[in-house]
Design a protein around this ligand. Structure first.
Ligand SMILES: Cc1ncc(COP(=O)(O)O)c(C=O)c1O
Length: 388
């Protein structure tokens, strides 16, 4: 199989990640639970995992990282447990994933929070002046929330500048790093990030079912899920203390340790080596697609501000049909449809077509995988163009 669906989840994982997951799953260590010694060992492992993540994202205090069930969970926590007051507002970009936009729509519906969407055009994708104008003219804005990179077109948002503007106007900044953690540098201090949501299973090369949320010194959240945290067990009420207050129920230690191992692998391999490999293949893919006149690629194609994610359509073909044919007949795994981000399809003009076909590259992608996709697209086109 040729795997080109790394924006959904990376595959395969580094061998050390599989091993860590297996060893931890077989062991008795259970942080905050179980027998004293096993629990202590589990707590130590958990602490190391927090520090590993803190290092990658330049987080000054690892205790401000809570492990979650994934990036969707982290974003819901950040948005729904934010201490909103009636009349408050939030700003988001036009390319958000449902994991961010749906909780925002929910707080708008249920708590009366206003939300502003900064418009996108291909010619002028992420206009800083539009962010600034909103921040200047709407004093009720409390949070700016954006993805770091679009999961549909791969475009990287100017997060350094957005974070700077948020700080300048005294607002908090929530970054969804689902598409950038392990792909691009993410530095909470340099980017002025107050809340950072990351998944384990994408470019941190961990397993599914785990992620993290960093809550900076300036941000305070209410509790979200209520239940046992292993601490303060004799009390009836729980408190949003970091990190335990957001790690409710039995936490998935094997997944957390495997994610941390993925982070170690990213650091050992080096972000710049990963980026170089992926960008070379991205350039190859874009160049090959440009040679097929029936293919339209969405969004800009400048690899300097793009993650290795490419959305395209094939003239007169439904994206879903292309996706299914590629998998069933050519063994190429990628995604077709809306990718849980209809706002991005509205922005780039693919919503009425049923979305796009999306190919996404990871560290284990090889030039052969790209060539297989191009060959298959040409074969599909020649089959459908040739006279019956
Ligand atoms: C930009 C973006 N945000 C959030 C998510 C949600 O991540 P997860 O499915 O790991 O919860 C995704 C997943 O594709 C994503 O691409």
């Amino acid at each position: 199989m040729h795997y080109l669906d790394n924006a959904a989840t990376s595959w395969p994982k580094p061998e050390q990640v599989y091993q860590t997951m297996d060893q931890s799953f077989r062991s008795l260590f259970s942080p905050k639970r179980g027998t004293a010694k096993a629990s202590r060992l589990g707590v130590n492992q958990l602490q190391q995992a927090r520090e590993t993540l803190a290092q990658l994202f330049n987080i000054p205090n690892a205790e401000r990282i809570s492990f979650t069930n994934g990036c969707t969970h982290s974003l819901n926590l950040a948005i729904q447990a934010f201490p909103w007051q009636a009349g408050d507002a939030i700003v988001i970009s036009s390319v958000e994933h449902h994991a961010l936009s749906r909780p925002v729509r929910k707080i708008a519906r249920e708590k009366g929070i206003e939300f502003y969407v900064v418009p996108y055009t291909d010619a002028n994708p992420f206009v800083l002046a539009a962010y600034e104008q909103l921040l200047q003219t709407r004093p009720n804005i409390r949070l700016v929330a954006t993805t770091h990179a679009s999961n549909v077109i791969g475009s990287v948002l100017p997060v350094l500048e957005i974070g700077r503007l948020a700080r300048q106007y005294g607002k908090l900044y929530l970054l969804d790093a689902a598409q950038s953690a392990g792909v691009l540098p993410v530095d909470v201090q340099e980017f002025n990030i107050d809340l950072l949501a990351v998944p384990g299973h994408k470019s941190l090369y961990g397993p599914p079912g785990v992620g993290a949320l960093y809550v900076g010194e300036n941000a305070a959240l209410n509790t979200f899920l209520e239940g046992g945290t292993g601490g303060d067990s004799g009390k009836h009420e729980m408190h949003p203390t970091l990190p335990d207050g957001f790690e409710v129920g039995t936490i998935p230690l094997p997944q957390i340790l495997a994610m941390a191992e993925g982070v170690r692998w990213v650091q050992q391999t080096g972000l710049s080596a990963i980026h170089k490999h992926e960008t070379e293949l991205l350039s190859l893919l874009l160049a090959e697609l440009r040679e097929i006149p029936e293919v339209k690629v969405y969004g800009h194609q400048d690899v300097r501000s793009k993650t290795p994610v490419v959305s395209f359509n094939v003239l007169n073909h439904q994206p879903k049909t292309i996706g299914e044919t590629l998998f069933d007949e050519y063994g190429i795994a990628l995604r077709a449809g809306f990718h849980c981000a209809p706002m991005a399809h509205e922005a780039v003009g693919s919503i009425h077509l049923g979305g796009t076909v999306r190919a996404s590259i990871g560290y284990y992608t090889q030039p052969e995988d790209i060539q297989a996709l191009i060959k298959a697209l040409k074969a599909i086109l020649s089959n459908t163009l040739s006279p019956a």
